[in-house]
Design a binder for this molecule. Structure first.
Ligand SMILES: NC(=O)c1ccc[n+]([C@@H]2O[C@H](COP(=O)([O-])OP(=O)(O)OC[C@H]3O[C@@H](n4cnc5c(N)ncnc54)[C@H](OP(=O)(O)O)[C@@H]3O)[C@@H](O)[C@H]2O)c1
Length: 302
């Protein structure tokens, strides 16, 4: 068995946790990425190859000699002519290139509660990528995280960023819908564990289930910026989010993300495998969390 694994996005968010875990285990890591110079990348001893789907031969070459491919590739929302259907097609290209390159196994990072019948394209698309992986001919495992927290996250960081700047915080609906955050390190642990188990599909979820309003409160307490919460109709929150988005030149929250959140799709029905508590990370990160805005468009579309 080769001692080389591939991780998409080792300098991005989830992939960085996986790459770090593999390096700590003594594995060699090659990343497929379009952002080889992200801050902190220089300190990681990782080979770099392009994440380029337009030329399948390049993808095949990028994957030669690889034992396990950890696939985090996905898009958060359609933008700049790239939609979820394209991301499914790109996943298909990645899988067929992995087969041709002789990769032994893929560990595919999906999301909690994907469904081919979901009216939400993100969740329906993720279900389609899972099918692509299962039908690829590779040995496979699927890991389905809930809401991932850890250094480099976007959602929780930007809640903190807003709390540091606004006099009150808009929460869509009644804020009682729940989330079950999981630590990025533990998503990586579960992914590496899954690499040893063929044909499994497993949620990656943390020990705490809390309401979205409680999540906002927890962030506010950790960064010492408690604010009155104003419960608003979801459409109003989205409008407010769009206004802030224009200011920061980003997409803060899409209607489908909000719908998924309110449908509690970021809660697992399985006993949690994660042990790390969100509160501990929030308190450890209180000096840095939300100090600067984390832009999805800057990360992936500019
Ligand atoms: N973040 C969460 O809380 C969360 C929760 C549940 C499930 N997940 C799943 O976990 C996986 C990783 O999510 P993440 O948030 O950690 O993503 P990420 O690290 O920001 O991106 C993952 C990979 O996808 C590539 N990518 C992302 N957007 C792209 C775009 N618009 N065009 C081209 N490439 C793009 C990145 O490319 P670069 O290497 O060039 O950056 C990276 O290789 C995804 O499958 C996601 O569905 C995430």
């Amino acid at each position: 068995m080769a001692d080389l694994d591939a991780v998409t996005g080792a300098f991005s968010f989830t992939g960085r946790f996986i790459a770090r875990r593999l390096l700590a285990d003594g594995r060699r890591v090659r990343t497929l990425t379009n952002h080889p110079r992200r801050p902190g990348a220089e300190g990681m001893d990782v080979e770099v190859a392009p994440l380029q789907f337009s030329n399948r031969d390049v993808v095949v070459e990028s994957l030669r000699g690889v034992d396990v491919l950890y696939n985090t590739y996905w898009i958060r929302f359609p933008h700049s002519g790239l939609d979820f259907g394209d991301a499914v097609d790109n996943t298909r290209t990645l899988m067929s290139a992995a087969v041709e390159a002789g990769v032994r196994k893929v560990v595919h990072i999906s999301v909690s509660n994907p469904s081919p019948d979901s009216p939400l394209d993100y969740y329906a698309g993720k279900a389609r990528t899972e099918a692509v992986v299962r039908e690829s001919g590779l040995a496979w495992a699927v890991v389905r995280p809930t809401l991932i927290f850890g250094d480099g996250d976007i959602l929780i960081n930007n809640i903190a960023w807003l709390l540091r700047r606004v006099p009150f915080f808009f929460v869509p609906g009644n804020g009682a819908y729940r989330v079950q955050p999981v630590a990025g390190e533990e998503v990586a642990d579960i992914a590496v564990w899954a690499a040893e188990h063929d044909g499994i599909t497993v949620d990656a979820a943390g020990p705490d289930i809390l309401s979205y309003a409680e999540l906002v409160d927890s962030v506010a307490i950790a960064i010492h910026h408690t604010r009155p919460i104003v419960f608003t109709p979801p459409a109003f929150t989205l409008l407010a989010g769009r206004a802030v988005g224009r200011f920061v030149k980003d997409v803060i929250l899409t209607p489908q993300e909000l719908e998924g959140l309110m449908q509690e799709l970021l809660v697992s029905a399985e006993p949690p495998l994660g042990r790390k508590r969100l509160d501990d990370w929030l308190l450890r990160s209180s000096d840095t969390l939300g100090m600067s805005y984390a832009s999805e468009l800057d990360r992936h579309f500019r």
